[in-house]
Design a protein around this ligand. Structure first.
Ligand code: MGD
Ligand code: MGD
Ligand code: MO
Length: 729
């Protein structure tokens, strides 16, 4: 199949590749339409204070304005007053450069990213059980060979269509597919068994499954004794989770729990996978841990064709969480508070280790602190649209409005970019080289097909431009008297933002003192800085390899040539001539003693309970034809036609009780806000639960009502359950 998108001159062709065999979803086939879309940003925009509108500006003006704003805020409130927010869609090179820029360019501890809303609970659970976090510790193709496959809170038929062929293959081989989801989804319809729990009760279901496995003698005692620690506490804990108790809480019949436990406990090759339905809860880490406990008790991790895995979300959801855009992390999945890790990375970056900042705070906490006393006053966003995708979004939108400086690098004027003081237009997937790491930990190449439009820069070039200006400005501050560079500017290039920046912070004469790189080409600081932040992705990858060497996610042996030759390379891969690692855990886990660790976890209620005023459970998720905040996909004609607007999915019995017909406009209200969308009646959803996709902005923004309670370990918000009222609007 070849689909031509518009007249971009770019066509998307299938290619036989081991993971997808040439299959893409509709969003992949239509992706080229955004390359030359009329909404594409083609020049920097700077907010004109007089009219409060965004106006086209030159790159010098825009970058000067950003640097002036950063310096003003940091001079007044310290380094940590500037924050960075990244994304799991960025290439490894960009995620790496962004983390490095925050730590040694801005020297702030405040960086985090949208993966916190995505992978963080599974990542934390994997770290504490296995000592390492790789979404699938085995190749995706293993799914096709599983006798039993349990999908908990995953709807790959809509969210990962290329993966569905493995499910089809699995069932073709006689395997059993069991899906756990409060809704009859396109995935659940393919299952042999569908468990339909109340949202937020997956942990109780997992504990009951382990309870049954223990009673029936399906626990692999030898494996537990040889390869794990901590089982006794778990065994004692799940003793209280007799199946009838789990049925009462979750609504899943005891017979279905027993059938599930039997399929898991007596199957040969057995795989348990979780995704956001189980993970996006204030107890997401413990819920994943309960499924990991079940997998360990059954002896699955490390056994051929078996194991536990998490289905990663974004294009680079895996690599994006390995190389330092996480608040507590340095490249190679190192911890920023580990002295040896700091020494190593500081060495690669050419700075003293004690100059690296400490850990920052998780994404929601960061966003919620913006513009508050003591919180960051400037934010740089690369690859996220939190106005639509953050929980309790109206509050976060307010926080963004309270900032002294909001800078957004994006391809399009997203809802977040529309609030910015400076918008920097950036290159798209087809316009830059780089690497991404897929859900199996396989590092892949993404190749440039064409250059970006004339006045558009890559994220790497934007980061380098900012870093160079900051370095020069800093050198100017600290230079001995008499050596300060001239501040005379070429007539007509005075940054538009100068006046604004200096009126906001009287007495700070910083704006306009940072000459553009071109003016300082001969200056040593500029050279040092430019060398520190290369714009060539190959150079960045070479540095990333060194920075990751010896870390958990070790890329040292991965070259672009090897990726090309082998159709991707699985990390860890420490040496160029040594093997990569398609399968982890065959002999040992990544813990100090080599054993996996059980953790006793117990059910606890959702952060918000239903009550007389808010009597319904509300959950959120995705539809096939839209992606995330919709900033990109709402602009693609075919996708807009397929999924034009938000909807509220509710059971016909509930609808009848509320006097709502299919298609009626309804209002969904929580303690935090409301949104409106047409009703979509479906007998496939529990009558006590309503669902909406979160892809839409404005009146249809589901995140206006979601709960901002977060998991105490991962910082994951509770996107998947809160209490609401539904009425005809
Ligand atoms: N079409 C499309 N595909 C995407 C994306 C997209 O936006 N659109 N985003 C990508 C990204 S970043 C991600 S993270 C993945 C996410 O992929 P998935 O995790 O598959 O996606 P979701 O729709 O968020 O959630 C899956 C299911 O969880 C169910 N669910 C809700 N609450 C609960 C609960 O309490 N327990 C259980 N067991 N299930 C529950 C929902 O009904 C939903 O069907 O998709 C990726 N692929
Ligand atoms: N209620 C609810 N809310 C959720 C979820 C849920 O299930 N329910 N899921 C959560 C999850 S799992 C995720 S991952 C988040 C995702 O939500 P967001 O983080 O908002 O993700 P996107 O919509 O993909 O935003 C990416 C933005 O970056 C731009 N962009 C794309 N590529 C690049 C690039 O290379 N460089 C730069 N600078 N910009 C780029 C896009 O145009 C877009 O504006 O949403 C979370 N929010
Ligand atoms: Mo995600």
């Amino acid at each position: 199949m070849t689909l031509r998108a518009g007249d971009t001159g770019v066509t998307v062709h299938p290619r036989q590749f081991p993971t997808n065999r040439g299959g893409l979803c509709q969003k992949g086939w239509t992706a080229a339409e955004l390359l030359d879309h009329p909404d594409r940003l083609t020049t920097p925009l700077v907010r004109d204070p007089a009219t409060d509108t965004l106006r086209p500006a030159s790159w010098d003006t825009a970058l000067d304005r950003v640097v002036a704003g950063i310096r003003a805020v940091q001079a007044d409130a310290g380094r940590d007053a500037v924050a960075v927010f990244g994304g799991g869609g960025l290439t490894n090179e960009k995620a790496y450069a962004l983390g490095k820029f925050a730590r040694i360019g801005l020297r702030t501890r405040h960086i985090d990213y949208n993966g916190r809303f995505c992978m963080s609970s599974a990542a934390a659970a994997g770290m504490r059980a296995f000592g390492i976090d790789r979404g699938l510790p085995f190749p995706l193709a293993d799914l096709g060979r599983a006798d039993t496959l349990l999908l908990v809170g995953a709807n790959p038929a809509e969210t990962m269509p290329p993966l569905v062929r493995w499910l089809t293959e699995q069932r073709g081989n006689g395997g059993k597919l069991i899906v756990v989801d409060p809704r009859v989804t396109a995935t659940a319809r393919q299952a042999d068994l569908h468990l339909q729990p109340l949202p937020g009760t997956d942990l109780a279901v997992a504990n009951a499954l382990l309870h049954i496995a223990l009673t029936e003698g399906w626990v692999d005692r030898a494996y537990v004794a040889e390869r794990t620690t901590g089982f006794d506490a778990v065994r004692r804990g799940v003793a209280a989770w007799w199946p009838a108790r789990a049925e009462q809480l979750s609504g899943v019949p005891v017979a279905d729990l027993e059938a599930t436990a039997r399929a898991l406990g007596t199957g040969g090759r057995v795989i348990i996978l979780t995704a956001r339905g189980a993970e996006q809860h204030a107890k997401g880490v413990d819920t994943v841990t309960a499924y990991v406990n079940l997998a360990l008790a059954l002896g699955l991790p490390g056994r051929d064709g078996s194991g536990y895995g998490c289905l990663t979300g974004q294009g680079n959801g895996q690599g994006g969480r390995e190389h330092g855009q996480k608040a507590d992390q340095l490249p190679g999945y190192r911890k920023i508070d580990d002295p040896a890790a700091r020494e190593h990375v500081a060495g690669v970056w050419g700075v003293p280790a004690d100059e690296l900042p400490g850990p920052g705070v998780p994404a929601y906490q960061l966003l919620d602190a913006l513009g508050t006393p003591g919180g960051p006053r400037a934010l740089l966003v690369f690859g996220s649209n939190p106005v639509v995708s953050a929980p309790r979004a109206a509050r976060i939108e307010g926080r963004l409005r309270d900032l002294d400086l909001l800078v957004v690098a994006d391809l399009l004027l997203s809802e977040t970019a529309a609030l910015a003081d400076v918008v920097l237009p950036t290159a798209q997937w087809a316009e830059e080289d780089g690497t991404m790491t897929n859900l199996e930990g396989r590092v892949l190449r993404r190749r440039a097909l064409r250059p970006p439009p004339p006045d558009v820069r890559t994220d790497l070039a934007i980061i380098a431009g900012l870093a160079a200006r900051l370095a020069v400005a800093e050198a100017t501050d600290t230079a001995p008297a008499g050596t300060a560079p001239t501040t005379t500017r070429t007539p007509g290039t005075a940054p538009a933002g100068t006046a604004l920046a200096s009126t906001r912070t009287p007495g700070t004469e910083l704006a306009g003192t940072a000459p553009a790189p071109a003016e300082t080409a001969g200056r040593p600081e500029a050279a040092v800085s430019a060398g520190r932040f290369p714009t060539d992705p190959a150079a960045v990858f070479a540095e990333l390899r060194r920075a990751s060497a010896g870390g958990a996610a070790d890329y040292a042996g991965i070259s672009w040539d090897r990726i090309d030759a082998d159709d991707g390379v699985y990390w860890p891969c420490p040496t160029e001539d040594g093997p990569d690692t398609p399968r982890l855990f065959a002999d040992r886990f990544a813990t100090p003693d080599g054993r996996a660790r059980f953790h006793a976890v117990d059910h606890r209620p959702a952060a918000e309970q239903v009550c007389a005023t808010y009597p319904l459970h509300f959950t959120t998720g995705r539809v096939l034809a839209q992606y995330q905040s919709g900033a990109q996909t709402r602009r693609v004609a075919a996708l807009r036609r397929a999924a034009p607007e938000a909807f509220v999915e509710l059971h016909p019995d509930l609808a009848a009780r509320l006097g709502i017909d299919d298609g009626d406009p309804v209002r969904v209200t929580s303690r935090r806000g409301e949104f409106r969308a047409p009703a979509r009646l479906s007998a496939g959803i529990r009558p006590d639960t309503v669902f909406a996709p979160f892809h839409y902005a404005g009146a249809g923004r589901a995140n206006s009502v979601t709960n901002d309670a977060v998991d105490p370990i991962s910082g994951m918000p509770e996107f998947k359950i809160c209490a609401v009222r539904v009425e005809k609007a």
